[in-house]
Design a protein around this ligand. Sequence first.
Ligand code: PMP
Length: 305
Amino acid sequence: MADRDGLIWFDGELVPWRDAQVHVLTHTLHYGMGCFEGVRAYATDEGTAIFRLKEHTDRLFDSAKILGMSMPFDRETINEACRAAVRENGLEEAYLRPMVFFGSEGMGLRADNLKTHVIVAAWEWPSYMSPEARELGIKVQTSSFTRHHVNISVTRAKANGQYINSMMALAEAQRGGYDEALLLDPQGYAAEGSGENLFVVKNGIIYTPMLTSCLNGITRNTVLHMAEHLGLELHEKLITRDEIYIADEAFFTGTAAEVLPIRELDGRTIGEGRRGPVTEKVQSLYFDLVRGKQALDKRWLTPVA
Ligand code: PMP
């Protein structure tokens, strides 16, 4: 990732990709205190545009506030940095990674001279899973790792260190031959995937876990809006793993994963074992929205030019 051409926005300036470096004593590298976003830009008929940039930047600022990190830039500057990272790298479609971290100004938990630094990188990242997975769905395993407790590692923040849990769960699932992990919350109810929110469909009604142990996903929020637009009933509720076994359909959502059908959980085929009709409607509308073919809210697309 580090050895390539391009530009990365780093503390207010676009610097050559290979020069966007930090010291080994970078505080966040040691303790994981930092926050980030995953954002996507899509090609639309009116040029490349970033999907729901404002919401991603707002969540980044919320995360920093929760973690107690003071942001050295305002929201407008970060929005402009995101646009510049895509535009100046000449990307038609892109995955963007804004990240906020403590520098190497001090070490130890008591360090009080730490500066908050911000980067925004952007690169091409076409599909999170294989392209076929969008139709055929993925195989998921309930993880032996539990998702975060609201009072242990705060779940409203998209914090760097949280992803130890995601990485261990995903690695375990992949070692077992699965594509993704389903993490349960500390009470044993379904929470989310390693980097996706969960939805299930039963008798035409969509259900998703409440915002306790899972991230307040922006794609999740987009699905809430899409369901309303499509006239589909949607409820937030506690969901058990066996409810997913007997659901008609299930799918994951996320900026990287987009709308991804789940065909199997713990060796039980879900519904027909491929993308179901409700998932297909939601997925197809999602791709129309991100590419500007339909709009539920015109403010959701920010042109980079
Ligand atoms: N849950 C987790 C743990 C995630 O990392 C992500 C990806 N940011 C999501 C859910 C989905 O969030 P979003 O739709 O905002 O990308």
